[in-house]
Design a protein around this ligand. Structure first.
Ligand code: ZN
Length: 75
């Protein structure tokens, strides 16, 4: 991700640089970074997609669907 350097590089940035959880690229963990701790919106969506996939992988019990199981017919 190309970073645009401001004209005045003397501004001390106290925001730490963290690794993007999605791609591992160093990204600025600052309020100016909308997608922190990710480096971009794309990476954030990638992570959200991974979460969604994890949720979808959770096995859900199928509802008991046995319309033919009528005990009265057993008589
Ligand atoms: Zn990233």
């Amino acid at each position: 991700m190309p970073t645009q350097n401001p004209t005045s590089a003397n501004t001390p940035s106290q925001a730490p640089v963290v690794a993007c959880p999605a791609c591992g690229e160093p990204t600025l963990f600052a309020p100016s970074n909308t997608w922190r701790p990710f480096c971009s919106q794309r990476c954030k969506h990638i992570d959200l997609g991974a979460w969604a996939a994890e949720e979808f992988r959770v096995p859900t019990e199928p509802p008991p669907d046995a319309p033919d199981d009528d005990p009265r017919q057993a008589l």
